[in-house]
Design a binder for this molecule. Structure first.
Ligand code: ASP
Length: 312
């Protein structure tokens, strides 16, 4: 079974078929296909799992329909503060950034932190100073201004609440999501990556689970690669990605058993809405969520693309 494989997600939340137009659904699926195609092309040529997940995430960051890079949601102060992380399952190296505001592709910066610095997590202005030393592309405010996103902020700005962008019950057609990818390459190595604008109306420099290695992202060849999406505070407290890895490493759970335990039992008890994608070194894949839906897709060597949005 050990063929190359890439799995992506575009966020979990209240995604209902009854409120989705066929045109919109097509666009979401095209975004997932583009990401899978980019990641699969890397893997097909014998490229590494970290390169594959980075290539997939870049596609989704450049797509304004997803809450990452160009489509990042707005903070309470009307800014875009993005988080991203990447981990290599072969050597357990990892890189992450939190609260970056003008980086076109935060995942590229996370990758540079992993490969070119002695650190794991860089935040805010410091991360952007580092970016300047790494030929990372910056964009201005206009690039990140997506009208629907700004409208989402206006709807809840004065309520004091934060919101997963895809859990907007009043405006269900405007649900977009955090993005993630996990890959298994031809050499049997795993990697995981996640990128997000976080939650609409967040403030005080809030960061979610996405840049936290072990919470939103984790990869270890001995166990699995995981990328999460959901209400970040719960995912941090439940240390979701690493918890799944631990169940496999210490308790001999299968990937499926571990994902079920953490997403459908532990997180549900916590009240944590969301989901994740996972792959193990044998190529078993899990795409699980306890929300109404999760944008998701998978491409395994020699097999058709598999795409999903709702609970099917
Ligand atoms: N996990 C992200 C955060 O809390 C949100 C999401 O997955 O949509 O920042």
């Amino acid at each position: 079974m050990n063929k190359h494989c890439i799995v992506v997600h575009g966020g979990a939340g209240t995604i209902l078929k009854s409120t989705m137009s066929p045109e919109l659904e097509k666009l979401y699926k095209q975004g997932l296909m583009d990401a899978l195609t980019a990641g699969n092309a890397v893997l097909e040529q014998g490229g590494s799992a970290p390169d594959a997940v980075e290539a997939a995430i870049i596609q989704l960051e450049d797509n304004p329909m997803y809450n990452a890079g160009r489509g990042a949601v707005f903070t309470h102060d009307g800014k875009n503060e993005m988080d991203a992380s990447i981990m290599d399952g072969k050597d357990l190296t990892a890189g992450a950034v939190a609260g970056v505001t003008h980086i076109k592709n935060p995942i590229k910066l996370a990758r540079a932190v992993k490969d070119k610095s002695e650190f794991v997590l860089l935040c805010g202005p410091g991360a952007e100073t580092f970016a300047k030393t790494q030929n990372i592309v910056f964009e201005n405010d206009a690039y990140f201004y997506v009208q629907q996103r700004y409208d989402q902020l206006l709807q809840i700005r004065d309520s004091g609440a934060t919101q997963m962008d895809h859990s907007d019950k009043a405006q269900p057609q405007k649900k977009f999501g955090t993005v993630g990818a996990v890959a298994l390459d031809l050499h049997g190595n795993l990697a995981a990556a996640t990128s997000t604008g976080g939650m609409t109306n967040k403030q005080y420099g809030r960061a979610g689970d996405t840049p936290i290695i072990g919470a939103g992202t984790y990869a270890n060849n001995r166990t699995c690669a995981i990328s999460c999406t959901g209400h970040g505070e719960f995912f941090i407290r439940a240390v979701v990605a690493y918890d799944i890895s631990c169940l496999i490493e210490y308790k001999n759970y299968t990937l499926k058993q571990a994902c079920d335990e953490v997403v459908n039992k532990k997180l549900v008890k916590f009240g944590g809405e969301g989901g994740l994608i996972g792959l193990d070194a044998q190529g078993h894949a899990e795409l699980v969520f306890n929300s109404d839906g999760m944008y998701r897709g998978m491409k395994r060597a020699g097999e058709d693309f598999v795409l999903g949005i709702y609970r099917e």
